[in-house]
Design a protein around this ligand. Structure first.
Ligand code: NAD
Length: 393
């Protein structure tokens, strides 16, 4: 039997697995955790909106053991010449490999950043941020150190903006609960570029700026973080800002395993793929999602997003089906559905299929995209299981 191994159960890997299952194709899925989590919603967990249960699904709940062999393990190396992958616990051979191991944080070589900043990357790191922030409020009452009440978020892309939107809503609750002086609580979002949310147009960027500023967030654009120490950030201007909480959302690059295994990569470490999503180096390796360098119609690599990863996952499964049936592969086409950024639990900004939206309707659309995603994963049963509470709110 043809051995298909899927690495990673992020947006790309899970979409590929669900589609393979629908096509009745057996495969092995290797993933660090026994669950799939919603990377693009982690800011909600970090910002105290809901508990962790809302942000993951168990793999066994989505994949059927008749088709999917789920292995909880960590991939440590690829050996594409031998059709083999190495993991912490074992090694596996394959006929076809689907590489969907997501991204790695991009630190741009900024001294001290890796050592001293918190990251928003997984359920665990989201919980870490939440607990860390709450602990600072608690400790403030013991030592009155005002830097405990200051939070610096580096980067104003989707991750940074959605995170500060959550914090703006959560911190007043913490302030009241821990009885700390509200005028000392400060969230500073530092962005090197002249604008926030560069993927949106100017009017939506301005709307987001206004909403967040009104909620008390200090957004400083055109200011670059150049050095980070323990509880201190240094800007290109030489200014230093002290804070007990420093969170980095300044960008991502590809998973390093591809470059380490000798795949041809772009400057962000993404492996080059052909129109069918196969690696240009190894035809039996598909590279999907944030680690894939797929050239779009404008001649540039498509930027990494959850929707791109999901679409690649589905398409890859269909092409694997074609290969097994000795049919022709179909080229991948990305259908951009739009971008929505939440600014707290009720409002947002974005565009859907070319139409601009902001305020409550954008917030509502964002909630609807979550329901749709759950439906695609596991039908109504999954929506009822994970969003039952939401539907009644
Ligand atoms: P990003 O690369 O989109 O944004 C990072 C920001 O950090 C940039 O604006 C950059 O100018 C800034 N920056 C970089 N270096 C800096 C420095 N030294 N000082 C200050 N600012 C600096 O990264 P992201 O927001 O983490 O997003 C990564 C990917 O994940 C994107 O493709 C995004 O679309 C996707 N994502 C999607 C969602 C969603 O769909 N809701 C949510 C989060 C992330």
């Amino acid at each position: 039997m043809t051995k298909i191994v899927v690495l990673g159960a992020g947006y790309a890997g899970i979409a590929c697995g669900v589609r393979l299952q629908k096509l009745d194709i057996p495969f092995t899925l290797i993933n660090k955790h026994r669950y799939h989590y919603f990377t693009t919603l982690l800011h909600e967990l970090a910002g105290g909106r809901n508990d962790a249960e809302e942000y993951y699904v168990d793999l066994e709940d989505v994949l059927n053991e008749d088709q999917a062999t789920i292995i909880q393990d960590v991939v440590t190396a690829l050996r594409p010449q031998e059709n083999k992958i190495i993991t912490e616990k074992s090694e596996y051979e394959y006929d076809y490999l689907v590489f969907a191991l997501g991204n790695a944080p991009e630190f741009f070589g900024i001294p001290g950043l890796k050592e001293h900043a918190l990251l928003l990357r997984s359920l665990d790191t989201a919980k870490e941020i939440r607990e860390h922030v709450e602990e600072q409020f608690l400790l403030y009452n013991q030592d009155q150190d005002s830097t405990r009440l200051r939070i610096i978020v580096g980067g104003a892309g989707l991750t940074g903006i959605e995170l500060v939107g959550e914090l703006a809503e959560w911190l007043p609750q913490l302030t009241a609960a821990y009885r700390v002086p509200s005028h000392q609580v400060e969230v500073i979002n530092i962005e090197a570029a002249p604008v926030i949310l560069p993927m949106l147009d100017k009017s939506l960027q301005e709307t987001a700026m206004n909403v967040l500023t009104k909620k008390g967030i200090k957004i400083r654009t055109g200011e670059k973080i150049t050095r980070v120490g323990e509880h201190v950030v240094e800007l290109a201007s030489g200014e230093t800002i002290e804070a007990k909480t420093i969170i980095w959302t300044g960008g991502v690059r590809a998973n390093p395993l591809l470059a380490e295994a000798g795949f041809e990569t772009d400057p962000r470490g993404r492996a080059k793929v052909n129109e069918y999503l196969q690696s240009v180096d190894y035809e039996n390796v598909f590279v999907l999602g944030d680690s894939s360098c797929f050239i779009g119609p404008d001649g540039k690599p498509l930027p990494p997003t959850g929707q791109l990863a999901s679409q690649m996952g589905e398409h890859c499964a269909k092409n694997l089906n074609a290969l097994l049936r000795h049919q022709e592969l179909r080229p991948f086409e990305f259908h951009y559905m739009g971008t929505l950024a939440s600014l707290g639990s009720e409002v947002g900004v974005g565009n859907i299929k070319g139409f601009k939206t902001s305020g409550v309707p954008a917030g509502f659309l964002k909630e609807m995209t979550k329901v749709k995603y759950l439906y695609n994963l596991g039908g109504l049963r999954m929506v009822a299981k994970k969003r039952g509470q939401f539907m009644h709110r």
